[in-house]
Ligand binder design. Structure first.
Ligand code: MN
Length: 128
C-alpha cells in the first residue's frame, strides 16, 4: 500500500550517478520529495535553500568525506532535529558506533535493498 508521506523532503548526498538515480527513484516512488547533492559544495547550497526532513549521507565522497560533513551540519543548531542517515558500502564492525558518535542517527548499507530501502528511511523519519 502506498502511503502519503506528507511530501516530506529528503536530501540525498551521493556522488555516484547510478546510486543517486536509484535512491531518488525509490524515494519518489514512496511519495517523498527528493533533493540531491553530489559533494560538499552542493550540499551547503542545498542546506542554504532550506533544511530537509532528513539527510541521506554517502560516506565516501570526493574531497570532503561524509562524516566530516555530518559534523559540519551538526554544528548548526537549526539542524538539531534533522535525522542524518549514513549510506556506506563498507560497513564494518565498529562503524555503527563511529557513525553515531559523529552525529548520524544510523546507517544503511550499500548496495541498498530495493525492497526495504524506502521503509528503512521512513523509520528514521518516524522517530524524528
Ligand atoms: Mn560515494
Amino acid at each position: 500500500m502506498r502511503q502519503a508521506m506528507g511530501n516530506k523532503e529528503i536530501l540525498v548526498v551521493e556522488d555516484n550517478p547510478q546510486n543517486l538515480e536509484l535512491v531518488e527513484f525509490l524515494l519518489e516512488e514512496a511519495g517523498y520529495a527528493v533533493r540531491s547533492a553530489r559533494d560538499a559544495g552542493e550540499l551547503r547550497g542545498e542546506i542554504e535553500r532550506g533544511l530537509p526532513a532528513l539527510i541521506l549521507m554517502d560516506i565516501q565522497l570526493p574531497g570532503i568525506d561524509g562524516l566530516t560533513l555530518v559534523k559540519e551540519i551538526r554544528q548548526r543548531p537549526d539542524a538539531d532535529g534533522v535525522p542524518i542517515v549514513a549510506l556506506t558500502a563498507h560497513a564494518m564492525r565498529g562503524d555503527r558506533a563511529r557513525f553515531l558518535a559523529e552525529g548520524c542517527d544510523g546507517y544503511i548499507s550499500k548496495p541498498i535493498n530495493i525492497a526495504t530501502f524506502a521503509g528503512e528511511v521512513g523509520e528514521y523519519l518516524g522517530s524524528a
